[in-house]
Design a protein. Structure first.
Length: 72
């Protein structure tokens, strides 16, 4: 399943790169990109576990950029 999400309060390109690296390491994620300029997250992950994977993605994002939120 491939989905796009809007990010709010992503403050720097370096944080976006760190998020992208961390998200791509999550088990079940096929591909993920975080665009600082567009403030978007595009993720492709296992359909059966998508909700659980997104819970982990939210935790990763909060760890890297505490003010950043993912509009779901």
């Amino acid at each position: 399943m491939k989905k796009k999400f809007t990010l709010t309060d992503l403050d720097c390109a370096n944080c976006a790169a760190k998020m992208e690296d961390a998200i791509n390491k999550i088990d079940g994620v096929t591909a993920a990109t975080v665009s600082f300029l567009q403030q978007k997250l595009t993720i492709e992950a296992d359909d059966a576990r998508f909700d659980d994977i997104m819970d982990q993605v939210v935790k990763v994002c909060k760890k890297v950029e505490p003010d950043c939120t993912i509009e779901m």
